[in-house]
Design a protein. Structure first.
Lengths: 288, 266
């Protein structure tokens, strides 16, 4: 923006934020970097190990497997939640009491603590006492998410769709609301089909909010930990062990600090890289 | 076809409500009924689960703990983010773009990466197991978000407002507090809503940084579930109660959610 004035004292304004975030971000990050290049046998004695842990993690099949699961999970939920959220936002009422009712009820899953979401879906989907489990089994399909990998994936994805589609709906709805009525009237005069209205008016106007929705959903689903951990515990076997779950298992379960730290850094870098790619792609698109 | 568009949101809301209904249903049942028979409605309606939570200090303290650090975090995040967002929306300064992107990268850091170093850091500064520790730790992802949201809202306010105030002889802080903050009240509402939301639902860090005195409710739940066998009714009642503060907050900001998003850059 060209209207901004040069002002170096602005640093004073951002100082509190920088201090607070740096305290929380840089010190732990340095700790992680520290662990990632050292070996310890307890008693706070450390040995320099160089990049050994990084090589080990990058070559480990376990890491590849959980990374692959993570990528699959994230792409599946993005492919479901984004179109579904847009479709729901498009068919929501435009004014009246219905708007408030819809918004309040839809936002509800977003404000439930994540382990409660996991626990809730656990008792909802259990084949013996859960409503969902009973219903699916009642249809004649053998379903038990604690034992069948397919069912575990299905339940985890359904849970995430339940939990987060509303975020896309809220953002897309806000984008739709910012379109002036004149656009629709012009489209009507031109005899535009509903598809054309969507393609040339609504979608371009929603681009910005959808960008944010996709970015937020991407980041959060890539870090998902609590919900699947409470729901399936990463099982059956390792079939729903996503990156964060695997990382906590190594760091706190086995207390392998070196490999865990190296894995943390690689994990963080992957998230950063993918976000940066998304971000630049979208900015370039916007500049055009 | 237009006539049936209401069906989509209705079906969606129905889908959203089903697990919540089941949780409520469970919370009014006795453990025997839950494990013994499959009923869509509690046959022996009981309030024992709720009574237990409201009379047992380890339970209700969990709620107070959670609410305390969430409110603290929301206040800290929004207060710190206000001047910063103003600087980002009004001024150019050395490294502003890089700083903004760096702030956002912290929103992308997986909490699992930071769990162990956080524990060591807050133990080292003697803040382990206090409200302020969790409140400060949650700043890691809430401050970037608050700055991001507020900056969007502030950029929507024309610069002429600032200039007119200076011409009228307002000193900066008086202008900021008396005029600017009321102008972007909706933005503050939305930012506070998101800070509240992400602090309230986060558990991994909150659990890592507390043991007894500041233990969040969600952590009390997990421990009870594992130690006291399988008290599903109690678990369901506690879960139901964690939904209430959220519902309360949404009800208050319901008008801002739709309008607020659109007003800001978002």
């Amino acid at each position: 923006m060209a209207t901004k004035t040069q002002n170096s004292r602005a640093w004073l304004f951002v100082l509190p934020v920088v201090v607070l975030v740096a305290f929380n971000a840089l010190i732990p990050l340095m700790t992680v970097v520290n662990y990632s290049v050292q070996e310890t046998f307890g008693d706070n004695v450390f040995f320099w190990e160089g990049v050994k842990w990084f090589e080990q993690v990058l070559h480990s099949e376990r890491f590849h497997a959980s990374l692959l699961r993570q990528l699959m999970f994230t792409s599946i939920i993005l492919m479901i939640e984004v179109p579904l959220g847009v479709a729901i936002a498009l068919s929501m009422p435009k004014k009246g009491i219905g708007v408030s009712v819809c918004l309040v009820l839809m936002a509800l899953p977003l404000l439930i603590p994540w382990n409660v979401v996991g626990a809730m879906w656990n008792i909802f989907a259990l084949p013996d006492i859960g409503l969902l489990g009973r219903m699916i089994n009642g249809l004649g399909i053998d379903y038990n998410f604690t034992q069948q990998p397919g069912a575990a994936w299905f339940t985890t994805i359904l849970m995430d769709v339940w939990h987060w589609t509303s975020l896309v709906v809220l953002l897309a709805y806000a984008g739709l609301r910012s379109i002036p009525d004149a656009y629709y009237q012009a489209a009507k005069i031109d005899g535009a089909t509903p598809w054309a209205v969507f393609r040339f008016i609504q979608l371009p106007k929603m681009k910005r909010v959808l960008t944010i929705a996709i970015l937020l959903r991407f980041m959060d689903s890539f870090m998902i930990y609590t919900e699947p951990f409470v729901l399936t515990g990463g099982g059956p076997g390792n079939t729903t062990t996503f990156l964060s779950i695997d990382l906590v298992k190594i760091a706190l379960g086995q207390f392998d600090l070196g490999p865990a730290a190296a894995m943390s850094l690689i994990y963080f870098l992957i998230v950063l890289l993918l976000c940066w790619v998304f971000y630049t792609l979208m900015m370039r698109h916007e500049a055009q | 076809m237009r006539r049936f568009t209401w069906l989509v949101p209705t079906l969606y809301i129905l889908f959203l409500m089903l697990p919540i209904y089941w949780l409520l249903n469970m919370s009014f049942k006795t453990t025997n009924e839950i494990l013994g028979v499959f009923t869509l409605w509690p046959r022996e309606f009981t309030l024992d689960n709720y009574r237990k939570i409201f009379t047992d200090p380890t339970w209700y303290n969990g709620y107070l703990n959670s609410l305390s650090y969430v409110v603290m975090n929301t206040v800290i995040s929004v207060t710190a983010a206000l001047p910063a967002a103003y600087a980002f929306s009004r001024y150019r300064f050395l490294g502003d773009k890089h700083l903004f992107f760096w702030l956002l990268t912290n929103r992308m850091a997986p909490p699992a990466v930071f769990a162990l170093p956080f524990f060591q850091l807050y133990s080292a500064v003697n803040l382990f197991d206090t409200y302020i520790a969790v409140a400060l730790a949650h700043c890691l992802f809430n401050i970037p978000l608050a700055v991001w949201i507020l900056e969007g809202f502030m950029s929507g306010v024309p610069k002429e407002l600032d200039e007119t105030a200076y011409v009228d002889g307002y000193p900066f802080w008086r202008f900021f507090v008396k005029i600017f903050i009321p102008t972007i009240a909706a933005g503050i509402g939305v930012a506070a809503f998101f800070c509240f939301m992400f602090s309230w639902v986060e558990l991994l860090l909150a659990k890592t940084l507390t043991s007894v005195a500041a233990k969040p409710i969600a952590a009390t739940m997990t421990r009870t579930a594992s130690t006291a066998g399988y008290e599903l009714g109690l678990l369901a009642a506690a879960g139901t109660l964690t939904i209430i503060p959220g519902a309360f907050v949404i009800y208050f900001v319901r008008n801002y959610i739709a309008k607020g998003f659109a007003l800001g850059r978002v």
